[in-house]
Design a protein around this ligand. Structure first.
Ligand code: ATP
Length: 484
């Protein structure tokens, strides 16, 4: 006897398939076998720096049982409503085994036979420790480590090809879901998959305007629609929200080609779970980090509009920080920093001691004073410098003045203290939720970005293809486009 936890990963190829869709197929199978979701289906994003991910490093899980008590509408499959229950009676071992057998066939049928598609399915009556999730979202987990965690809970495991998918499938089950957001994914009619999507962008923008609990629907700065993937996968659009009812309500108002099914997922998107405070010396490739420190080298503009500067942490170690152009806000903020500024930076490591920035908080600005020529106290004329440390001489009456007569003024700064996030289209799925620009500022690309709330420490997705290209130009492990 026990609950059935189901985890699945690595079922998609670059141009086709989608692990979230495979989970909807598993939900259909569960219904056929008279099993209900206990709690919502879960879409879990893992370490965004894993080089072998297909797109957004998503893994999926759901708990199944015989639903009891309060229920929530979490989808429509084959024209019928799907409900997730607050609690459930435990299925028998025979039911668990029957589900596991049929589920593997469903996963195989739904996974393209393509290079890099190595599906994994986990069915377990107990969950691995949350530690596995924390490691999988922040670091690299060895397959053997995931397998040992699954063995410890007596999980049934199926893989085809490379067993690496076990890491994601196990971590998706292990996710404690203490904090998170929601994403409603709608799916296309099969005959339309691969063709251009028809979605009315104005209805998406109106939905977000009408309900501030929706987020990352569109980017007013780059004018991109962020709800639809750019790949040939079966997803039509995804509505991200902080409250489940906001996403379900918005589904009714977005005009698009007809969807064939939809499912509402609980997700760790926008939680910042991948970020951990680290020292400069401990920043190595594939990790993400939050680093408080002091700007130690002046910003330098790189080709393509990216900006490089350095930050020294309290132990005296330095990290190179790259603000990429497609993030729009970050290079402009970086360019305005001065050595001595106190900052907190966060992002992912491409090489040792190098961070590709996902955000900057300017904590305290250094005050830089400028010395300038004083006015002549005798005739009011202009004075000129006699050379470093040698004082000043009036250009009209020739009066000499000692160096300390210089006028001092504080250099005005182009950037204010505050937290700066990438423009919405350049935010990662896991990036901490933050205020989005209310109106287009694309008309004024030179204006300094406004600081917003949220961000690491304050504890409060999708990636543009342009950002992926920028990452590639800067020597780093290849990054791929992230999509829903
Ligand atoms: P999609 O978002 O469309 O589902 P994807 O980007 O999730 O695709 P996958 O095809 O699932 O890409 O490939 C990611 C692979 O990396 C999976 O096999 C997964 O188990 C593995 N993986 C994920 N996170 C980690 C990690 N932290 N350490 C080691 N392996 C990981």
């Amino acid at each position: 006897m026990g609950t059935i936890w189901v985890g699945v990963d690595d079922t998609d190829a670059k141009g086709s398939g989608c692990t979230t869709w495979v989970l909807t197929e598993l939900l259909g199978l569960a219904r056929e076998q008279r099993l209900d979701p206990i709690g919502p289906p879960r879409l879990v994003r893992l370490n965004p720096n894993i080089p072998w991910k297909t797109r957004g490093n998503a893994a999926l899980s759901v708990r199944l049982g015989h639903g009891r008590g309060r229920r929530r509408w979490v989808g429509t499959l084959s024209g019928r409503r799907l409900f997730a229950y607050a609690s459930g009676a435990e299925p028998t071992t025979a039911e668990l085994e029957r589900f596991a057998r049929a589920a593997w066939q469903v996963v195989l049928d739904a996974s393209p036979e393509a290079e890099g598609t190595d599906p994994a399915l986990v069915v377990a009556s107990r969950r691995p420790s949350p530690e596995l999730y924390w490691k999988a979202v922040r670091e690299v987990v060895a397959v053997d480590e995931a397998r040992a965690a699954l063995d410890a809970v007596g999980a049934l495991v199926r893989t085809r090809g490379d067993p690496r998918g076990l890491v994601g499938a196990a971590a998706a089950i292990a996710w404690p879901a203490r904090r998170g957001t929601w994403e409603l994914l709608s799916y296309r009619q099969p005959e339309r998959v691969g063709k251009p999507r028809t979605i009315d962008p104005e209805t998406v923008r109106a939905a977000q305007r009408a309900d501030r609990r929706l987020f990352l629907c569109h980017d007013p700065v780059t004018r991109r629609l962020l709800v639809a993937p750019h790949t040939g996968c079966p997803v039509l659009f995804g509505l991200r929200a902080t409250a489940p009812e906001a996403a379900v309500r918005a589904l009714r108002t977005v005009r698009s080609e007809p969807w064939e099914r939809w499912v509402l997922f609980r997700t760790n998107q926008a939680t910042g779970d991948h970020l951990l405070r680290r020292s400069a010396a401990s920043i190595v490739p594939f990790l993400s980090a939050i680093l408080p420190g002091t700007v130690s080298a002046p910003p330098r503009a790189l080709a393509g509009g990216h900006v490089l500067f350095s930050v020294r942490d309290e132990e005296g170690d330095e990290v190179r920080c790259v603000a990429f152009e497609p993030t729009k806000t970050l290079p402009r903020v970086a360019q305005a920093l001065l050595p001595g500024d106190r900052v907190v930076v966060w992002g992912s490591a491409s090489r040792p001691a190098t961070l590709r920035l996902e955000g900057i908080r300017l904590v305290r600005r250094v005050r830089v004073r400028r010395l300038s020529a004083p006015a002549c106290p005798r005739c009011g004329g202009r004075t000129g410098s006699l050379g470093r440390g040698r004082g000043w001489r009036c250009r009209s009456c020739r009066l000499r003045l000692p160096p300390e007569h210089a006028t001092t003024s504080v250099i005005p700064r182009a950037v204010r203290p505050g937290t700066y996030h990438p423009t919405p289209s350049a935010r990662r799925h896991l990036a901490p939720r933050a205020t989005e620009p209310a109106a287009a500022r694309a008309d004024d690309p030179q204006s300094m970005p406004r600081a917003t709330d949220g961000g690491p420490g304050a504890r409060t997705s999708s990636r543009a293809p342009g950002l992926a290209r920028a990452f590639e130009r800067f020597p780093a492990p290849p990054e791929r486009e992230e999509d829903t």
